[in-house]
Design a protein around this ligand. Sequence first.
Ligand code: NAD
Ligand code: UPG
Length: 333
Amino acid sequence: MKKVLVLGGAGYIGSHAVAHLIESGRDVVVVDNLLTGHIEAVHSDATFYEGDIRDKEFLSHVFEQEKIEQVVHFAASSLVGESVENPLKYFNNNVYGMLTLLEVMHEFDVKEIVFSSTAATYGEPEETPISETAPTNPKNPYGESKLMMEKMMKWCDNAYDMKYVSLRYFNVAGAMPDATIGEAHQPETHLLPIILQVVLHQRDKLHIFGDDYPTPDGTCIRDYVHVLDLVDAHILALDYLEKNEESQIINLGSSHGFSVKELLDEAIRVTGQDIKYDVSPRRAGDPAILVASNDKAKKVLGWNPVHTDIETIISTAWKWHSTHPNGYEKEVR
Ligand SMILES: NC(=O)c1ccc[n+]([C@@H]2O[C@H](COP(=O)([O-])OP(=O)(O)OC[C@H]3O[C@@H](n4cnc5c(N)ncnc54)[C@H](O)[C@@H]3O)[C@@H](O)[C@H]2O)c1
Ligand SMILES: O=c1ccn([C@@H]2O[C@H](COP(=O)(O)OP(=O)(O)O[C@H]3O[C@H](CO)[C@@H](O)[C@H](O)[C@H]3O)[C@@H](O)[C@H]2O)c(=O)[nH]1
């Protein structure tokens, strides 16, 4: 198996991927600037470098030192709402970050990359579930930046034979079932952790962003995929790149949609607690419905998601949040 560099391996999804890659017997190197990630989340068997992927000298040093053979790229800014308010942050961190990475990969003749893309590349879909052939019309700068990054990889494949698997994630949720690692963002903006923070009395209530969308209960519908199923697909994608010559764009979702209100009701059931909410204005940049077709992931990668029911997703997240109410920070007395 090839030596893997994981960019953003101290983040929520990256840390679960690193643990899984190490379990699979791989030699793993992690680069992260710890801006939203946590050193405590990085598996102790991984070699860790603190630094920014936009720093070409630093990144070249890591490639030189570690003889990297494959790359998994999670390092990005990824908040839909923030990207609408501050698009330049997204073009700088995401697009410039990708440019630097591809330059260094080209310089060191590294030809295989698995990339964290997003359902936000589609924008408001014309059809549900969304397949990979659907048109891409991002509704926010975050999705636009990820689409630009995909196109950069496409042209590098064309010119330098650099092969990629771009994985378009839908809404990632859940945590390691033993609650050793989980989601810890500061500030938190994602729906499920926010709901669970209300249960933990860290927030007064959930603000539901809009109940006038064209959906059965008026709230937005999303496709929640368990982080462990998601990281499984990354291992399959690395294996795919070792054996195949064709780059791929592949959706990763459960193929089931839940509205904000439905997720809230499920969380009330799983935690056994009442959860207060109000209805607030819509958040800019939010499409009404995002649900994946995951047929291609199953066919091309042989993906077999197993933590698919919403109860498992919520209960693993709840176990993490209830045992780590302050994330990776030590308890303050
Ligand atoms: N969470 C989701 O539901 C979701 C959905 C679709 C796509 N994604 C994508 O998955 C990836 C990981 O998401 P996450 O939720 O784990 O986010 P995260 O913020 O927890 O992780 C990102 C990690 O990358 C690091 N990082 C960011 N910019 C960097 C830079 N310039 N140099 C070095 N390190 C840098 C951060 O410190 C952090 O550890 C992102 O690319 C995101 O766009 C996430
Ligand atoms: O306090 C909150 C937070 C969220 N929502 C709603 O809940 C849904 C999910 O929101 P959120 O958890 O913030 O995720 P998304 O904005 O759907 O984005 C996630 O999922 C995308 C793919 O679908 C990824 O690209 C992004 O990186 C990832 O953050 C949306 O309709 C939000 O409007 C609320 O109503 N109240």
